[in-house]
Design a protein around this ligand. Structure first.
Ligand SMILES: [Ca+2]
Length: 361
């Protein structure tokens, strides 16, 4: 019995030693077969202002090469110091892919992928405004979304156990209709398209779609966090707390995204949104600033300082500004915040021009 056990132990150790040996063999085999990848095309820096020439060099003599920017072949000029320049003038803001392929003087082919970050070439204008109206806002509402539809005001609110979709009387602030979310959901941005109301949730990845009588029509899922929401025609526009805006069709299938930048870098914490004439107004989380984003390019073209309307009694850092709505027939914006007692009607009164073009960094 004892001898048998010893034999088993011996056999086990023998097999184990073979397995370990095989593993080591594989390791040395794969190390021998995988040559080190040495980049031929290298960037001197990765961040550029749109319009700059993007420059890269070669680490060895090259006899021919081709450059693709986001999959499109672009013309590249090579100067006497062997650096290559391509134009970034037609690109959008954000991260872009450059692929350089070619042949070295040693007759070996190469293919290198480079990554550049393009920041905006526009200095945003400060947009001025005056407060022209003030309405009551329910202090119990932790505002996450605000939108007018066919003359009626709708609000989405957050916090687990307190999240609601509300239809409100603007003048009195009283509730005309409401539906509560299950306590496991933290309600976020809302938008209304073709008589359907969409409501995001923060971290659940679930979007609810309601009929105009507040009955649930459909639920969708998505892969990011849910923050703000608005729409342009039939395209839903969504933020997730980053510097990105995501585009979805009305069945919540993603159709695109843009990265939002000003002339200094990415603009993070995009929160509640409102689409107006080719631009999206977004308030920035934990800030009293609203930025105006050109939807075609991702560039911030203007900003508003909202410090003047933050109610004195708000809980600083928690009861932040988070509600922007535009009445289609009213040349004004309606602004409120989380648990604010008031909803303000403001008129934009022009902007301080900043000569627009930013210099290269
Ligand atoms: Ca809005």
């Amino acid at each position: 019995m004892c001898i048998l056990s010893k034999n088993y132990i011996f056999i086990f150790l023998f097999i184990a030693s073979i397995l370990v040996g095989c593993k080591d063999d594989k390791k040395s085999e794969s190390a021998a077969q995988a040559p080190e990848k040495i980049a031929v095309a290298v960037l001197s820096k990765f961040r550029y202002t749109i319009g700059d020439s993007v420059r890269f060099g070669f680490t060895k003599p090259v006899v021919q090469f081709e450059v693709k920017l986001n999959g499109q072949t672009v013309s590249a000029s090579q100067n006497i110091s062997d650096t290559v320049s391509i134009s970034s003038a037609k690109s959008n803001t954000g991260w872009q892919q450059i692929v350089v392929t070619g042949k070295g003087a040693d007759k070996t082919d190469f293919a290198d992928t480079l990554r550049i970050e393009l920041i905006s070439d526009i200095i945003p204008d400060e947009i001025n405004y005056t407060v022209v109206g003030r309405y009551p806002h329910q202090k119990s509402s932790f505002t996450e979304g605000l939108e007018f539809y066919k003359g009626e005001l709708y609000e989405g609110t957050g916090q687990n156990g307190q999240s609601k979709l509300l239809k409100l009387d603007l003048k009195s602030g009283t509730t005309l209709d409401s539906v509560s979310l299950d306590a496991k959901y933290f309600g976020e941005g809302i938008t209304i398209v073709n008589d359907k109301i969409y409501q995001l949730t923060w971290q659940s990845g679930v979007c609810f779609r309601y009929n105009m009588d507040f009955t649930l029509d459909k639920t969708f899922t998505y892969y990011t966090q849910g923050w703000g929401m608005t729409h342009k025609e039939n395209t839903l526009i969504m933020s997730d707390g980053s510097n990105k805006l995501y585009f979805y069709n009305t069945e919540m299938e993603k159709t695109g995204e843009i990265e939002v930048y000003d002339n200094n870098g990415p603009i993070h914490k995009l929160n509640e949104l409102e689409y107006v004439d080719g631009a999206v107004f977004a308030n920035l989380f934990e800030s009293t600033k609203i930025v105006k984003i050109d939807l075609a390019s991702g560039k911030v073209i203007g900003f508003m300082k909202m410090d003047g309307i933050v109610p004195a009694e708000t809980n600083v850092g928690k009861d932040v500004l988070n509600g922007i709505a535009k009445q289609p027939f009213d040349d004004a914006l309606y602004i409120t915040g989380k648990n604010w007692p008031s909803l303000f009607r403001i008129k934009l009164t022009g902007s301080n021009k900043n000569n627009h073009m930013a210099s290269s960094k």
